[in-house]
Design a protein around this ligand. Sequence first.
Ligand code: ADP
Ligand code: ZN
Length: 218
Amino acid sequence: MLNIILMGPPGAGKGTQAKKIIDAFAIPHISTGDMFREAIAKGTPLGLQAKAIIESGGLVSDEITVGLVKERLSQPDCASGYLLDGFPRTIPQAEALKKMGPEIGRPVNLVIDISVPDEELVRRISGRRVCPKCGASYHVTDMKPSKEGICDRCGGELIQRKDDNEASLKVRLENYYSSTAPLIDFYKAEGLYHHFEGTIGHVELFRQIEKTLKEAKQ
Ligand code: ADP
Ligand code: ZN
């Protein structure tokens, strides 16, 4: 069983690896960032509540986020594995997951952490363009789509995320180091932690992650 947490700072390449992992292992991708963006796009009460926080780079409250994840993880499609991306992001969220996981029959059994130096994160995020239709991401110089501004996968029009600006990114990185990085020691203590260098290229990175996941699945 693969009940996986994918963690790493904004811009580490989680989205790219997440897509490859869910295709290779046929498990659902649970991205809290995507869930919040979807709620914002639909204008649901949750979206209205989260919009300003997310655009400024802040974190949505633990209470709201934990509730959202619990509901999603309880769905039947998560019974044979899942990939959590963007959650947990704080120690209270990790504690809540540690408690709820076994309760709902979905205990985490592996944590993948991708690290990338700050300068590189800033460079990646400031050039990032995303497809709001299918979630694919591109970079203005590193990973250009074949036709400028258009998604290769689905033909959608590429945009820059509202929180991919310098001011919001600064807040996101600060939050990462103060609130999320402590999860590294938390999961090391749980014996679930696996570290990967995010600068080795996305193909080689996936090769290494896939190897770890295949071993864990046996
Ligand atoms: P990133 O590129 O920073 O990894 P995500 O797409 O995962 O971005 O998340 C975007 C935003 O959604 C975050 O900056 C935060 O405002 C909110 N968010 C996502 N997951 C969580 C979480 N687990 N707890 C609190 N806020 C979250
Ligand atoms: Zn697309």
